[in-house]
Design a protein around this ligand. Structure first.
Ligand code: PMP
Length: 409
C-alpha cells in the first residue's frame, strides 16, 4: 500500500507503470501544489510588497501566508525566522557568505562530516580556504554511521561553524542531532550549527525550535513542492546581526547616496522580486503532508525500508551500504544505497529503467563519502509517500534480472 494515492500525483497517474524510486533527488508533485501555483498566477499575480493596490496586497498576503504555513510545518513558531531562498544549496551559501564570512578568521576551524552533500561540504571548504581557517572532517565508523567520538574530538574554542546533514542523501542514515548539538554547545561554545535538512524535511517530523541548531536549510522540491524554492530557518537573534546576502529591491530600509540601511528580517535577505507563486506551491505541499501526518509518513517509509532492504540483500551479489540489522531502521530514512557485484551502478540503473524502475546512480554529490566507500558511484533507491510494496517488488525483480544479465545466466 502507498500512504498517499498515486492518483494525487498527475505524473504518476500519467505513467501508471512507473516505479519512481528517486524521490531523494526530487519528489513528484501532488495536484494541490500545481493547482496552488496556477491559482496564484490566475487570481493574485502582482509583485508582492510593491504595489499600493488590492491585487498587490492579495499577492503579499498569499506570500506571507505561505511563509506562516511552511514555518509551522517545520516547527518554527516565528515565521520571520524563515528566509525564502532557491533551496538548500542557496541557504548554505547564504549562511557562508554572511555569518560565515564575518565569523570565520584565520586560525579558526569549521567542522563538517564525511556524509555531507557538496552543497554543504564544498561551501564550507571554500569558506575556510578564503578565511585561512581549518576544514575538519568528522569520519565514519566501519558501519558508515558517524563516528561521534571523532566528531567530538574536532570541536574546540576556535570552532566557528559545525555543518551536519540531518539525513544523509547518499546513505539515508539519520544523524544523532541532539547528541551532536549537546557536544557542540559544550565543547565549541562559539560555533554556529548549520543543519542540512534537505532530506529530513520531507521524511521526518521536524521541530526547528526544539532542534537546538542555529540554522536549518531545506529544499521545497524534495517534499513535493516546486523546484526553485526552499528556505533557511535561522535563530532570529542571529539573523538580525547578519549582514545581507544580496542587495537590491525590498531588502533596504533606506538608501542614501553613500550608505544604505537594511530592512528587517526576513526581508533583509530577500532582495528582488520573490518567487511568491512557488512559495505558495510549497505551502500547499506542506499542507498536503500535514494532512497525511508526518508521523505516518515516517512510519510508512520505515515499513517500506523494512521490506526493501531485505528484498535487496536477499539477492546474491547485492550489498546494501550502512547498517541493515533490525535496530538500523530507527536511523534509516528515505534512501538506500546499494551495489550489485560486477555491475556498474549506471549500467544497473539503465537495466532497471527498462523495467520501469527509476533509481539514481552516481556519486550523489557526495564524492568525499564515495572515496571513503572506495567506489566512484552507488545505486540508490529512495521512497516517499506515494511509494509502496509494488515499487519494492518491482525493484527487487529488476535487480534479480540485472544480476542474471551481468552473471551471464
Ligand atoms: N543537501 C542534501 C542532503 C541533499 O540531498 C541535496 C539535494 N540532493 C542538497 C543538499 C542540495 O539541494 P538543492 O539541490 O535542492 O539545493
Amino acid at each position: 500500500m502507498t500512504l498517499a494515492p498515486r492518483a494525487d500525483f498527475p505524473l504518476l497517474e500519467r505513467h501508471p507503470s512507473l516505479h519512481y524510486l528517486d524521490s531523494a533527488a526530487t519528489a513528484q508533485k501532488p495536484r494541490v501544489v500545481l493547482d496552488a501555483i496556477r491559482a496564484f498566477y490566475e487570481e493574485a499575480n502582482a509583485n508582492p510588497r510593491r504595489g499600493a493596490y488590492a491585487l498587490s496586497f492579495e499577492a503579499t498576503q498569499r506570500y506571507w501566508s505561505a511563509r506562516e504555513t511552511i514555518a509551522r510545518f517545520l516547527g518554527a513558531a516565528d515565521p520571520e525566522c524563515l528566509v525564502f531562498v532557491r533551496g538548500t544549496t542557496e541557504a548554505m551559501n547564504l549562511v557562508a557568505a554572511t555569518a560565515g564570512r564575518e565569523g570565520i578568521s584565520a586560525g579558526d576551524n569549521v567542522v563538517v562530516t564525511a556524509l555531507e552533500h557538496h552543497a554543504s561540504f564544498v561551501t564550507w571548504q571554500r569558506a575556510t580556504i578564503e578565511a585561512n581557517a581549518q576544514f575538519r572532517i568528522a569520519e565514519l565508523r566501519p558501519d558508515l554511521t558517524l563516528d561521534v567520538e571523532h566528531f567530538a574530538s574536532l570541536l574546540d574554542a576556535r570552532t566557528k561553524v559545525v555543518a551536519v546533514t540531518h539525513v544523509s542523501n547518499a546513505l539515508g542514515l539519520v544523524s544523532p542531532v541532539a547528541e551532536l548539538v549537546a557536544l557542540v554547545r559544550r565543547r565549541a561554545p562559539r560555533a554556529m550549527i548549520v543543519l542540512d535538512g534537505a532530506q529530513s524535511a520531507p521524511h521526518l517530523p521536524v521541530q526547528f525550535d526544539a532542534l537546538g541548531v542555529d540554522f536549518y536549510a531545506f529544499s521545497g522540491h524534495k517534499l513535493g513542492g516546486p523546484m526553485g524554492i526552499g528556505g533557511l530557518l535561522g535563530r532570529k537573534a542571529l539573523l538580525e546581526t547578519m549582514p545581507p546576502y544580496q542587495t537590491g529591491g525590498d531588502m533596504i530600509e533606506s538608501v542614501g547616496d553613500q550608505v544604505s540601511t537594511w530592512n528587517t528580517v526576513p526581508f533583509k535577505f530577500e532582495a528582488g522580486t520573490p518567487n511568491a507563486a512557488d512559495a505558495v506551491g510549497l505551502a500547499a505541499a506542506c499542507e498536503y503532508l500535514t494532512g497525511l501526518g508526518m508521523a505516518r509518513v515516517r512510519a510508512h517509509e520505515v515499513a517500506l525500508l523494512r521490506a526493501l532492504v531485505p528484498a535487496l540483500t536477499a539477492i546474491e551479489g547485492v550489498t546494501v551500504h550502512g547498517p541493515t540489522d533490525d535496530a538500523a531502521f530507527a536511523m534509516r530514512s528515505g534512501a538506500v544505497s546499494f551495489e550489485l557485484a560486477e555491475a556498474h551502478p549506471h549500467d544497473l540503473a539503465t537495466i532497471l529503467d527498462q523495467a520501469g524502475v527509476a533509481i539514481r546512480a552516481g556519486h550523489h554529490c557526495c564524492q568525499p563519502l564515495m572515496r571513503r566507500l572506495g567506489v566512484s558511484a552507488t545505486a540508490r533507491a529512495s521512497v516517499f509517500v506515494y511509494s509502496g510494496e509494488a515499487d519494492v517488488a518491482a525493484l527487487a525483480g529488476a535487480v534479480r534480472h540485472a544480476r542474471a544479465v551481468f552473471a551471464g545466466d
